[in-house]
Design a protein around this ligand. Structure first.
Ligand code: HEM
Length: 367
């Protein structure tokens, strides 16, 4: 287990390191075009990463996805206002799904229904199954849920993109001759890495801002840069992905921790690394909106680092910023019920459910 920021970052940046997620061994690296980018390494990874880079450039975010973020936020918050409140995890997932599905090309099914299917497929469940039978039943249910995601969301998207390509991941995969199952796997990666993560982060950031008057005021009075700095500081303290894994592909005679032998595996504890005083300065467990201004802004690994660093980071931060800025300005808005917290051992991530916000309903129009 790696808890030092400097050593964790060195591992993530090192060309001698490889991904070490268990599931990664199941892919056929002879066909790297059909393997999700997160499971590739070295030259194969570099090529795929270059191919998807166009979906994540500042220009793509500014010209295309920003409009989606603003439009969907507007609709979701108008509905929330009309109802006088609603569940934060439900609303935030719908936003995260709307934005990431534009990038992926998952746009041929009903968004709210897809959000529900994604939530059912990737949430941990309240009580992890115990015993062989319970685990087998739960595995079968998970398989069925993924089938529904394929049948109702992925397959129609593939059909639509076969007829007319777009600028998205599915169109790119079709051009490369990817099979339906390879496209499904890619969609699963984006659903868990891009949609579920962002949902959790939006709820966590909202929770912090509702409960801390001073930070909330700074957020609402701040410009875009100041708002993003506050969100980065919250993400430093509350990393959604708690662990990332690597193994050494070759001997490393020198490292922060001395010589490392080929084959050695590392679990990088992001929360611990992000609280390493040597990297982030004094009081590492405190939420300090000034921290970024003290030159410690890059001091977190919540989006990973090195070649696999999250390409969706600007997307996730920007949609969270836009959504929270509008939410916190709704007349009479309050956090009526704090979220329940669960642990997703597969994603090594917290899950925040059932937070309820309330706000004033708009006055009826006079006739
Ligand atoms: C708050 C939200 C998010 C968090 C905390 C997060 C976190 C991470 C982390 C820690 C990694 C690195 C994993 C590793 O090194 O093994 C990663 C990779 C990745 N993320 Fe994100 N992510 C978020 C949002 C997004 C979004 C919105 C998208 C896309 C729409 C996305 C797409 C990806 C992809 C494709 C990778 C793999 C990159 C590669 O292997 O080169 N993520 N993310």
């Amino acid at each position: 287990m790696v808890e030092s920021f400097a050593f964790g970052r060195e591992i993530l940046r090192s060309p001698s390191m490889r991904q070490a997620m268990d599931v990664g061994d199941r892919f056929d690296l002879n066909h790297p075009d059909t393997v999700p980018v997160i499971f590739l390494d070295g030259e194969q990874h570099r090529r795929k990463r270059t191919a998807i880079a166009k979906f994540f450039t500042p220009k793509a975010v500014g010209t295309h996805y920003l409009g989606v973020m603003e439009r969907v936020t507007g609709t979701l918050l108008a509905d929330l206002q009309a109802a006088g409140g609603g569940r934060l995890d439900v609303v935030s997932l719908e936003l995260a799904v709307a934005v990431a599905s534009e990038i992926v090309g998952l746009t041929a099914s009903d968004r709210a229904a897809m959000s529900r299917r994604i939530s059912a497929s990737f949430s941990s469940g309240r009580r992890p199954p115990r015993g062989r039978l319970a685990k087998a039943v739960s595995g079968a249910i998970a398989g069925l849920r993924l089938l529904r995601f394929f049948y109702f969301d992925v397959r129609p998207a593939i059909g639509a993109r076969r007829k007319a390509r777009g600028t998205d991941v599915i169109s790119q995969l079709l051009d490369l001759g990817a099979s339906d199952s390879a496209i499904l796997i890619e969609c699963i990666v984006y659903a868990s890495a891009g949609m579920i993560t962002t949902r959790e982060f939006i709820v966590m950031a909202a929770w912090h801002l509702f409960e801390r008057d001073e930070v909330r005021s700074r957020f609402l009075e701040g410009n875009e840069g100041a708002q993003l700095a506050i969100l980065e500081e919250i993400l430093r303290l509350e990393p959604v992905a708690g662990m990332v894994y690597r193994k050494a592909a070759e001997d490393m005679p020198r490292s922060e921790a001395g010589p490392l032998a080929a084959g050695r595996r590392f679990a990088i504890d992001i929360r611990a690394a992000n609280s390493d005083e040597a990297a982030v300065g004094p009081c590492p467990h405190a939420l300090d909106p000034e921290r970024a201004g003290q030159g410690k802004a890059g001091g977190h690994l919540s989006f990973g680092d090195g070649p696999h660093r999250c390409p969706g980071a600007p997307v996730a931060l920007q949609e969270t910023r836009i959504f929270l800025d509008r939410l916190l300005r709704l007349p009479g808005v309050a956090l009526e019920r704090a979220p329940d917290m669960y642990w997703n051992a597969t994603l090594m991530s917290y899950e925040l459910r059932n937070a309820v916000v309330t706000c004033e309903r708009p006055a009826p129009l006079e006739r």
